[in-house]
Design a protein around this ligand. Sequence first.
Ligand code: CU
Length: 126
Amino acid sequence: MEINHQRRQFLAGTTLAGLGVAAATVTGLALAQQPADRIIKITSKRFEFTPNRIDLKKNQPVVFELTALDVTMGFNAPDFHVRADMVPGTVSRIRFTPDKAGEFTFLCDIFCGSGHEDMSGTIVVT
Ligand SMILES: [Cu+2]
């Protein structure tokens, strides 16, 4: 404690400047910790998703905005327990935070025609 006390006196001349920097830093951190969620728009039409590759950052929340351009589809990313219907004329929103890195498949889980079984995409989390 004695050392701290002496150090404070020694640094008294720079205290105000130091506080200014500290305040600016705290404000910057507060803003950085509450970024707006990144929004990713995903559309589907027989028999593909656009985009069919989605790059995400681990532990960074995102919002998927999903809509179908022709017929109702289902968006399903089973590794993250994320799914929603994709309905023409409607936007479905899913917010989630990828909690693991790797490559994961998402797919259509509502039968939509002859190419349905091949309808999938990849989520890449780094
Ligand atoms: Cu389908």
